[in-house]
Ligand binder design. Structure first.
Ligand code: FAD
Length: 341
């Protein structure tokens, strides 16, 4: 009801432009932000509006160049030490303030840990809705609204969602659903610097220490090669076979939900509908049956190589290459062969 009241008499025509929130990791833009700029460009052109990147951080103005190269017409830049690390409070205050002042029509965020924290919180504060975890974006011809597509009912149907009554239209989009655009560093645009509105006492959490739990082996969203294991590995110790092959190939280690639920790998390795969406050049599915919820997270991989002892396993229907065999025998052979290259 509070949301409805906030938006009672909004003038939808006052809301213009497509915004993309650029998430940073250690001062660098994450790929998902650049992927969304590429797709945001198409939406903005179709809606005859401008494309803007929103960048929050400390000393991050050079990132604006990356945003322009990926297609942004303008960049909203909010800088200050309070934005040096992701903070729910500081980032929410900054974005809510920006939305109130500049009224975007559409906001895209990555469906990452930060985006999933920030998106719903902002949507609630500005009194609009949010379509979470989208896997497709388009324009609804009849209304001209953004058509947000996302899996529903356990991944069994794809739902297309419109936001007719509220503004901005907001959604989080899974990483690797769209390709990163080729950067064009000849492009430039307008930088709009916005002063921070965060006051002392606004930030209720204090960052004490940053502990890295994630090495290259679990950076699945950015990995070019992923070796994933499932229940077919039979026991956790056998995951060393997956790790050995991943190490030799310089790839990341993935896991099916069955392997994660069994406690064989931490959840940050899970690929699929309730895990990460990945899009590597090569994806090895080892002892993974190919359930629809697993495919939802890896079907945009360029090449899929499946190893399964069951020739009728569904994964073979979508794999580019298949090896019918026991993972315990096949994986060591592959690792040894790749070592020779
Ligand atoms: P299984 O389906 O048990 O398959 C094991 C495979 O290993 C079999 O094909 C078998 O032939 C093969 N195998 C066995 N031994 C060997 C051997 N020695 N050598 C070679 N092959 C062997 N799943 C995910 O992965 N990610 C998700 O994000 C996810 N989200 C879900 C969300 C919802 C709402 C629901 C309902 C389910 C979700 N699931 C997800 C679970 C999904 O439905 C499957 O249960 C899961 O993917 C199965 O994992 P698996 O392929 O490892 O195991």
């Amino acid at each position: 009801r509070e949301q409805e009241e906030k938006q009672v008499a909004i003038d939808k025509n006052a809301y213009k432009d497509v915004w993309v929130y650029i998430e940073l990791t250690e001062g660098k833009p994450r790929n998902v932000g650049l992927e969304l700029l590429g797709e945001g460009r198409k939406l903005a052109d179709a809606m005859n509006q401008k494309l803007a990147a929103v960048i929050l951080g400390d000393g991050v103005e050079p990132i604006a160049k990356e945003a322009f190269a990926a297609g942004a017409d303008k960049v909203y830049l909010v800088e200050g030490p309070e934005y040096a690390h992701y903070s729910t409070d500081a980032y929410t205050i900054a974005l809510v303030d920006l939305i109130g002042a500049y009224k975007p029509s559409v906001i895209l965020l990555g469906a990452t840990n930060d985006g999933r924290d920030l998106g719903p919180r902002i949507a609630c504060r500005v009194g609009t809705g949010l379509t979470a975890d989208c896997t497709g974006l388009g324009i609804d011809e009849a209304t001209g609204l953004v058509a947000w597509t996302r899996p529903a009912f356990g991944g069994n149907i794809m739902a297309t969602i419109l936001c007719p009554d509220h503004r901005p239209q907001m959604g989080t989009v899974r990483p690797k659903v769209f390709k990163k655009p080729e950067p064009d560093y000849a492009k430039s645009g307008e930088i709009i610097r916005v002063a921070s509105k965060v006051k002392p006492g606004d930030i209720r959490t204090k960052l004490v220490e940053v502990i890295k739990v994630c090495t290259a082996s679990c950076n699945l969203e950015e990995a070019e090669i992923i070796v994933s294991g499932g229940r077919g590995l039979c026991k956790p110790e056998n995951f060393t076979l997956i790790e050995d092959l991943a190490n030799v190939l310089g790839g990341a280690v993935g896991a099916s939900r069955a392997a994660v639920d069994a406690g064989w790998k931490p959840a940050l390795h899970q690929v699929g509908q309730t895990g990460k969406t990945v899009g590597p050049k090569i994806y090895f599915a080892c002892g993974i049956s190919g359930a629809i919820q697993h495919l939802a997270g890896m079907s945009s991989s360029d090449i899929v190589i499946a190893i399964n002892k069951d020739p009728d396993a569904p994964i073979f229907k979508m794999a580019d290459y298949g090896i019918v065999g026991d993972v315990m025998e096949v994986l060591p052979i592959l690792t040894e062969e790749f070592k020779k290259i």
